[in-house]
Design a protein around this ligand. Structure first.
Ligand code: PEP
Ligand code: MN
Length: 352
């Protein structure tokens, strides 16, 4: 590892950097006369870079050496493939998640679940706990919503992706969810990230709407540091200056993330677009940029949806998006995963 220290760093600060290096088992030596370039020889660990960055005298880590953070793709490291029920994300596999923004009534949920299952979804999305901008908006049905999701899995064989908002709810949501979703508003909630990381369930981590790519990766690091190995990142658009679209889908971030991390990356064109007619083109763009999957809001009667109806696509449009996905994935020999689970055999948790 190679550190650059600030010019004129006082002696006591240099001493504390050297003491930390010693604690980590490094042999340290300065490469220049002005004691600015500090070379550390020894076995790097994921936590070392952040610890040195926190030292007042460290200006930059010029070379992390083998002190890779857990999310980082080491040279030549293949994609991590995250399995969730029948879904596979990464390593040339593309999986589609679809469903309503919020779990509404059971009949509606089953209707949407059957419709998306028939045309290519492998996982069903739907919020039982909804993070809303206004406290007076529909907040989701909570535990009742989780029961509806469990029934939808039993009926369709689709695995369940649903959001958890509160660290105290992780255990109960994880009983039903095949994949725990951390929403954009929760990306910096580190107690929640830690709890979800310790749950053993796969995690869908959405990028905060004003989070940098580095902040997203460090949020993933919180989950990975708690023992999770199954984290999927989601680009869902960041806030821009123009209200034409709800958010700006950062396809550059998708392409970049596919290089710097071994974790799978998916896109959410629904929350990026904010308008149903833009979801299909954005879905195409995200997949073409290298995304390993998509999460799409689908509703059978968008006008009656209790949240985000304006961005929900019909099952027919979702079917077209799923067809596009097959064609776009084939361009670089990737496969869109199909549902295998026998519907009759899939009881609660059967698809995990
Ligand atoms: C969602 O996917 O249900 C959601 C609320 O999205 P986001 O957290 O990206 O706003
Ligand atoms: Mn939504």
């Amino acid at each position: 590892m190679l550190l650059r220290l600030r010019r004129g760093t006082p002696g006591p600060q240099i001493d504390s950097i050297l003491a930390l290096a010693k604690d980590f088992g490094y042999r340290a030596r300065f490469l220049d006369e002005s004691s600015e370039l500090l070379q550390l020889e020894g076995q790097g660990r994921p936590e070392h870079c952040s610890r040195f960055e926190d030292c007042a005298g460290v200006e930059a880590i010029l070379d992390p050496g083998d002190a890779h953070e857990r999310h980082e793709r080491a040279p030549g490291q293949p994609d991590t493939v995250v399995h969730v029920g029948d879904a596979k994300f990464g390593g040339g596999y593309v999986s589609l998640i679809a469903g309503p923004c919020a779990v509404e009534d059971l009949g509606r949920l089953l209707e949407i679940a059957r419709a998306v299952q028939a045309v290519g979804a492998v996982l069903l999305r739907g919020g039982a706990y909804k993070p809303r901008t206004s406290p007076y908006s529909f907040q989701g049905h909570g535990e009742k919503g989780l029961e509806f999701l469990a029934q939808a899995r039993a009926e369709t064989g689709l695995g369940i992706v649903t959001e958890v908002l509160d660290p105290r709810d992780v255990a109960c949501v994880a009983e039903v969810a095949d994949m725990l979703q951390i929403g954009a508003r929760s990306m910096t909630n580190t107690p929640l990230l830690a709890e979800v990381g310790a749950s053993g369930r796969p995690v869908l981590l959405k990028r905060g709407f004003s989070a940098t790519v580095r902040e997203l990766l460090l949020a993933a690091e919180f989950v990975l540091a708690r023992g999770s190995t199954r984290v999927v990142l989601c680009e869902r658009g960041v806030r821009g200056f123009d209200k034409t679209t709800r958010n700006l889908l950062d396809v550059g971030a998708v392409a970049h993330l596919k290089r710097v991390t071994h974790l799978p990356v998916i896109v959410d064109p629904s929350h990026a677009a904010g308008r149903s007619e833009l979801v299909r083109p954005l879905a195409r763009a995200g997949l073409a940029a290298g995304a390993d999957g998509m999460i799409i809001e689908v509703h059978s009667a968008p006008a009656e949806a209790r949240s985000d109806g304006h961005q929900a696509v019909s099952p027919e449009i979702f079917a077209a998006i799923a067809k596009d996905a097959v064609a776009i994935a084939a361009l670089d020999r990737r496969t869109v995963v199909a549902l295998q689970a026998s519907v009759a055999g899939a009881g609660p948790n059967g698809a995990r």
